[in-house]
Write a protein that binds this ligand. Structure first.
Ligand SMILES: [Zn+2]
Length: 119
């Protein structure tokens, strides 16, 4: 469960270790996780007089695409795996949200655990 990360009131005295525990307990439930976009593509085949192509329906196939080290990739996904991939992507987005929340909470905790310098 990731809902309520932003709305949950947490004590101002949260330590970096508290944030670590919070992150680990939440992220543990978010596997399998993946980032990317899943889309349905309709392509033509090479067969002549193909009824699917002639009718305009063509051949639907699921493709997962994303970026890896600056390069775009696309990966064919069999229909039977689509629900699982969708679950991964949902977890991936939740994990991304969790990381943003972590940025906020962890930096707050670090700042509070730091003895302020007199300047
Ligand atoms: Zn065809």
């Amino acid at each position: 469960m990731v809902s309520g990360i932003y709305t949950t009131m947490h004590p101002k005295s949260e330590s970096p270790t508290d944030v670590q525990r919070w992150f680990q307990s939440h992220s543990a439930t978010l596997w399998p996780a993946a980032l990317g976009s899943l889309s349905l593509r309709r392509t033509r085949c090479i067969r002549k007089n193909c009824s699917a192509c002639q009718s305009g329906k063509k051949h639907p196939s699921w493709v997962l695409s994303g970026h890896l080290q600056g390069k775009r990739f696309s990966l064919y996904v069999p229909e039977s795996l689509v629900p699982e991939v969708q679950r991964c992507l949902k977890n991936g987005r939740a994990l991304q949200e969790l990381l943003y929340a972590s940025a906020w909470r962890y930096v707050q905790a670090l700042k509070q655990s730091h003895t302020p310098h007199s300047s």
